[in-house]
Write a protein of this length. Structure first.
Lengths: 140, 156
């Protein structure tokens, strides 16, 4: 019920604050960029392996799904809280122990299913760390 | 302890002590061998996705599946190698329930010279009622790029 109201309001920071796991990750919206960009400031808890100093692949996956969720809420056409159906992550580069930035586009918003493409990068926008395809149940 | 058992123990210690995510969770490795990895995590509200129902966030379960898939591949390799995830696919099948332990089970079902294929699932008490299922592919690094050194046991 809490989320329902927030999704309707489109208040992205409040949506993040309401989802415990998003808060645990430290998910933010990067308001300095012209297009909707998510930001995951580096935290020790994101490290996958301390010996090689890389971000956890699972955290990268979670960040991509969160980025897609935010893009869907921001679009403002939802009739219900989107329910994730699946997530496919294509790991392109090892992620360094630095901030991650993410962006997602809606490939198709159907009556029942939404399909999104998400990408994330670190210092270079043209060198993505990982991409994802996410499906959500949005109606029916 | 056999050399295999020592190796499985080294992977387990690596997971429990060198991975910040598992240090933050009250997680237990119930089983780890060449056949499978089985991890148990007691319910923790800070990983919820829905504050009303208390269900864990799907992508948090995805992160746990990614971890146990890697453990299963390392165990199946049974030698010191670095691995990297090429892709990961998660299907969200049922919501998880508040106050229930989450079990995450993974296996490496095909291993070649360069690649490992893994599948996994998350559930509460009934393995057949899956909360999420996972499939992933790993590329196996050269032997010298190892992260686990059996001669120098991982100290907790």
């Amino acid at each position: 019920m809490i989320l329902r109201g927030l999704v309707d309001s489109g208040d992205l920071e409040q949506v993040i604050a309401t989802v415990p796991f998003f808060t645990w990750m430290g998910l933010e919206i990067d308001r300095a960029r012209p297009s909707l960009t998510t930001h995951l400031p580096f935290r020790e808890r994101h490290v996958g392996n301390e010996m090689i100093g890389a971000l956890h692949g699972g955290i990268v996956a979670a960040f991509l799904e969160a980025t897609a969720t935010i893009a869907l809420v921001a679009d403002g056409k939802l009739e219900r809280v989107p329910k994730p159906i699946n997530l496919t992550v294509d790991y392109l580069r090892s992620a360094k122990t630095e901030s991650l930035y993410g962006e997602a586009t809606i490939a198709k918003l159907g009556r029942r299913v939404a399909s999104l493409r998400a990408t994330c990068w670190q210092e270079d926008r043209n060198a993505p760390v990982a991409d994802a395809i996410c499906h959500f149940l949005v109606g029916g | 302890m056999s050399s295999s058992a020592m190796f499985f123990d080294a992977i387990k210690q690596l997971f429990l002590t060198k991975l910040p995510l598992s240090r933050e969770l009250d997680v237990q490795v119930e089983e780890l061998n060449e056949a499978r990895a089985l991890v148990r995590m007691p319910y923790d509200a800070q990983f919820a996705g829905d504050p009303d129902s208390g269900a864990l966030h799907g992508s948090f379960i995805a992160a746990l599946l990614d971890t146990t898939l890697g453990m299963a591949v390392l165990a199946r390799l049974n030698q010191e190698r670095a691995i990297a995830t090429v892709d990961l696919r998660i299907d969200y099948l049922n919501p998880s329930q508040r106050d229930h332990d989450l079990l995450i089970e993974s296996e490496c079902y095909r291993l070649t010279k360069n690649l490992a294929f893994g599948r996994g699932r998350a559930y509460h008490d009934t393995p057949t009622r899956e909360i999420a299922s996972a499939a992933s592919t790993f590329i196996i690094g050269a032997p010298q790029s190892s992260q686990i050194n059996l001669k120098k046991p991982v100290v907790p």
